[in-house]
Ligand binder design. Sequence first.
Ligand code: CP
Length: 324
Amino acid sequence: MKNRLIGKDILRIEKLSKTEITQIWNQAAEYERLYKTDRLPLLQVMKGLVLATVFAQPSTRTRLSFESAMLRLGGQVISIADSQTSSLAKGESFLDTGRVVGGTADSAGLADVIVCRSAIPKSVDELARGSLAPVISGGQGTDQHPTQAILDGKTIIDERRRIQNLSFCFMGDLKNGRTVHSLLPLISKWPNNTVYLVSPEGLRMPKEILAKYRSQVRMIETSDVRKIIQNCDVLYCTRVQKEYMTKEEQRAAEREPYFVDMNLIEYANKQRAEKDRITILHPLPRVDELRIEPEKYKPLAIFRQAANGIWTRAAELALITGRV
Ligand code: CP
């Protein structure tokens, strides 16, 4: 298949076609297969290329899985792991940071591809505008986290064997959660999906996002998870994103606590066969909202989901740099 991703930024899911997303999943599955048969280190497809990770917000999975992917494919990594140790702390713009790290038409950059995360709206877009090298968003404020949605999609296919004709329950902070803001446009691209949106009143999915995807996916809002959970194939749970809230909003969220435990999951599975039990996903980190351990419930896929970050991100790096 022709690589349509060469030189492309990955900033939002709606800018990627179904074909491009599927190409990432296929390439990711190939890297996963090679890793499991000890053949991935032989590939060295990213040899001679440098990845810069520019993270102005905390991360464990996203930064380390991109860095791990780059190293496993034979490339090298330079990193700003904490904006306080970079010139962003002195007030340098994201635009100039992009020009320096990714290069411009007449100045060489420090890296061949950049992954950037920031809490500031549009800041990753700004960095991408300055950079000649392609830029991948590692999460931009409450807007989107596109590579999370791509790894979530691979996990859904791994666990359910398809990404259409499914019913999802998105549960938690749907107002500020950039992972659900990215997964919704992704699953909207495939037919006959339903999304039940379960959240405290103050943390509902923004109206403009609902309006944008309503014609592509059936969406039903409710505050009572027990009303709908028996209809769902996949439960996607998220934490309260306190870092985006005022103290007053945090207190309001604490007055409406929610959590997923084995009582709820046994209720969800009451009428189902063993092989059809509800799949549980969470982008992680979890705090107190998901109280189930993988040893107790096999369809809790959260660590298989996190591991898919390595393969999908390896595929994204290789595809946008033209090494596939
Ligand atoms: N899911 C996710 O983005 O995790 P990190 O914040 O640890 O990168």
